[in-house]
Design a protein around this ligand. Structure first.
Ligand SMILES: NC(=O)C1=CN([C@@H]2O[C@H](COP(=O)(O)OP(=O)(O)OC[C@H]3O[C@@H](n4cnc5c(N)ncnc54)[C@H](O)[C@@H]3O)[C@@H](O)[C@H]2O)[C@@H](O)CC1
Ligand SMILES: [K+]
Length: 237
């Protein structure tokens, strides 16, 4: 269920969101499953507008995990779902779920060659993971450069934040894939409403994971008057 709200929305730092997630994860709340379900719903809505093949860019951490779990749900509605592992590590359980559902793991070079064949890209390279340097590197950078160079790009759904955007201050270097839609989990990230965030995020969907009551009590927020569509995956079975 999603209703749009143009009121002022509170945005938080990555550290605040991580602090808010921790107790719920400790209680065993299925945050990643909820996140991936909402992400898949938004991606499916995009596919209905622009049907075709999906390219999933999966990073080494849980951001890639979200994208891969969501990819499993896209197999039924996409012409095909290709997964590129941009790093040597991957969220194992999520990759297994995507492959079991019929997604195909392709090499970076294969994806790079066929990059103009995709209707939709899921940008799950990098999320709010704590990193000194968020600039995309290696295969991730090469693939994003190829996508940026396309005369008409596929639709892009960013997982949590556009990869390479700093989730706190909204700084980013040139090699970041602008998103048509950003599906952000738990709370609006400050970096989405600062610096280059607004220009890179596209439409923002906020996935309610039950973090906000805690965040409101415990963490300072910046407020932003942006349109946010709220998703609540927790209400479904
Ligand atoms: N922890 C939770 O409860 C939840 C986490 N979620 C997801 O978890 C994400 C955070 O996951 P992580 O903390 O694993 O971190 P990320 O998945 O944001 O990425 C960190 C990983 O990227 C790799 N990396 C480092 N530098 C890189 C570079 N320059 N280019 C590309 N990759 C690089 C590192 O190996 C590191 O493991 C969130 O953005 C969100 O998508 C959501 O599922 C909501 C619930
Ligand atoms: K991302």
């Amino acid at each position: 269920m999603a209703e749009s709200a143009a009121a002022r929305v509170a945005a938080y730092t990555a550290d605040a969101v991580r602090a808010a997630e921790a107790p719920l994860l400790a209680e065993g709340r299925p945050l990643m499953r909820w996140a991936a379900r909402a992400l898949a719903d938004v991606a499916i809505a995009e596919l209905r507008v622009a049907p075709g093949a999906v390219l999933v860019l999966a990073g080494a951490g849980d951001n890639g995990g979200d994208a891969l779990f969501a990819a499993a749900d896209l197999v039924a509605v996409a012409d095909r779902v290709d997964v590129v592992l941009v790093r040597d590590r991957v969220h194992r359980e999520a990759l297994d779920a995507a492959v079991a559902a019929g997604a195909r793991v392709v090499s970076v070079s294969e994806a790079s060659t066929h990059v103009d064949e995709y209707a939709l890209v899921l940008d799950g390279i990098l999320g709010i993971g704590r990193l000194a340097d968020r600039r995309l590197r290696g295969s991730a950078r090469a693939l994003v450069e190829r996508l940026l160079a396309l005369p008409d790009r596929p639709r892009v759904v960013a997982v949590d934040v556009p990869s390479g955007l700093d989730p706190d201050d909204g700084t980013a270097d040139a090699i970041v894939l602008p998103a048509d839609v950003t599906v952000t989990f738990g709370a609006l990230k400050a970096g989405l409403v600062r610096g280059r965030g607004p220009g890179l995020a596209g439409r923002v969907h906020l996935v309610d994971l039950g973090l906000e009551p805690y965040l409101r009590r415990a963490h300072p927020a910046v407020t932003a008057a942006i349109e946010v569509v709220r998703e609540d995956p927790r209400t479904r079975a």
